[in-house]
Design a protein around this ligand. Structure first.
Ligand code: SF4
Ligand code: SF4
Length: 442
């Protein structure tokens, strides 16, 4: 029985690969043909991802079968044999998919069982988001589609598979608080390096590394100020808002292309960060928010040309880099993000609308302040710890959770247990990190 079901699971995916090949989509064919190899890892996440692919495949065969039968009926051709064959394929695919969700398959694919659900969810979410973005975008979004679509039509599917595997790996690693603390700055820095690396290649003349070729400055304040000045161009504002909708203020601890620089600068500072006063983190950014938005509106109303506005925006961005070098590096805190960048404040405030939170369990907290020493966002003063929750400037980075020796800090989401809240939040973060790596470019 086990051998038969595994055979059907592989066959189901190869049939989907064959169908993609028939349509000339070589990339999708290769991605489906590669999927069964995941089963060789004996990992629980591979079992769940394969089950998902087979069940969705069964729905696809039903839809395709109905379409073909209708066509044959309209042409007055024989349809019964076709219907029987496709029904058999559907049943085999569905049967193998459901079997993979059962107890025997669970025993067989026992590697990484503790993280199988987050890993499989991150894999599926990344695949779904990238497939949707790829289908809806007016330009090829993925580098594989831009560079390889000649020899390999549909090569973007192979990139989607690679990014989904990356997301699954990240989700698994993030489940361990200590590992998340170590990995987060590296993953964030990698994303920023890829983002700016592509910008540099684009500026050197390799246009395929740019999104559309219509350049704008990579200064986060322009996410709001840009549309106010131009009277349109809301793509980045929508992307920022959608991210906040998924993961609250975690844009500023995992996903922002500039925030990674401030993180790197703060890590050059003293091991014990010197937190900034709460009034700085609010009023400093409130002032730059007013300056960025009010300034953009004033420039627009005054009819100032785009080039002058760009130079002013560049000056604002350079002032931010100055804050990183002069303050973040010296104090070991993210001074740019917590006291200068207006989008940091917008992320913190909008993030409050989402229920993701970090909370301190005061019944086990010994007030040792290990969490404060780990927080680079100046969000854990003595008063914050006594209140059982971080200050507004918290970005849900999770560093304090990995630093607490008493397991007193946790992610929280109403209705979810602590482990479930952690798994759900970091699964979303891992999937978005992989999606941004694939599509974020100027
Ligand atoms: S505060 Fe600004 S620069 Fe820092 S991570 Fe947030 S948006 Fe990016
Ligand atoms: S309170 Fe914790 S989760 Fe929030 S920013 Fe500080 S270290 Fe990160």
């Amino acid at each position: 029985m086990t051998t038969l079901m595994l055979f059907l699971a592989v066959l189901g995916q190869l049939l989907l690969a064959a169908h993609a090949l028939r349509r000339g989509d070589l990339g999708l064919c290769a991605a489906f043909a590669a999927l069964p190899l995941l089963l060789l890892t004996r990992r629980g996440a591979a079992r769940l991802a394969t089950a998902g692919a087979l069940v969705l495949g069964a729905l696809f065969w039903v839809d395709a079968g109905l379409g073909l039968v209708r066509l044959r009926l309209a042409l007055g051709q024989d349809w019964l044999r076709l219907a029987l064959i496709l029904s058999g394929v559907t049943c085999a695919s569905l049967g193998a998919g459901l079997w993979l969700l059962g107890g025997r398959a669970r025993e067989l694919f026992s590697q990484g069982r503790a993280v199988e659900l987050p890993q499989a969810a991150a894999f599926g979410l990344t695949t779904g988001l990238l497939a949707l973005a790829r289908a809806k975008a007016s330009v090829p979004l993925l580098l594989a589609d831009r560079f390889l679509s000649g020899p390999v039509p549909g090569a973007g599917w192979l990139e989607i598979l690679a990014l989904a595997l990356y997301a699954a790996w990240l989700a698994g690693a993030f489940m361990d608080p200590e590992r998340h603390k170590r990995l987060r700055p590296r993953v964030w820095a990698l994303f920023s390096a890829v983002f700016f690396g592509q910008l540099a290649l684009g500026l050197l003349g390799l246009q395929d590394f740019l999104m559309t070729g219509k350049l704008h400055l990579p200064v986060p304040a322009l996410i709001l100020a840009g549309p106010i000045f131009r009277g349109g161009g809301l793509f980045m504002a929508i992307l920022f808002s959608a991210t906040v909708l998924f993961v609250g203020p975690a844009w500023c601890s995992h996903l922002c292309y500039i925030g990674a620089w401030d993180d790197a600068c703060s890590r050059l500072g003293p091991g014990r960060p010197e937190p900034l006063p709460a009034r700085w983190t609010f009023w400093g950014r409130a002032a730059t928010l007013a300056l960025a938005c009010g300034g953009a509106l004033a420039l627009r109303l005054a009819g100032v040309d785009a080039m002058t506005a760009t130079w002013l925006a560049a000056g604002f961005g350079l002032a931010g880099v100055g804050v990183m070098l002069a303050v973040s590096r010296r104090c070991g805190v993210m001074a740019h993000c917590t006291a200068f960048c207006p989008m940091g404040l917008v992320g913190n405030l909008l993030g409050r609308l989402m229920p993701w939170r970090v909370r301190i369990d005061l019944t086990t907290c010994t007030r040792c302040r290990s969490c404060s020493r780990a927080c680079r966002y100046s969000a854990l003063s003595g008063a914050d710890i006594e209140a059982g929750r971080p200050a507004l400037s918290c970005t849900l980075c999770g560093d304090c959770i990995g630093a607490c020796p008493h397991d007193s800090m946790h992610y929280r989401f109403p209705g979810l247990s602590r482990p479930a809240a952690r798994a759900a939040f970091l699964t979303l973060v891992a999937a978005l990190s992989a999606v941004f790596l694939g599509v974020a470019r100027m």
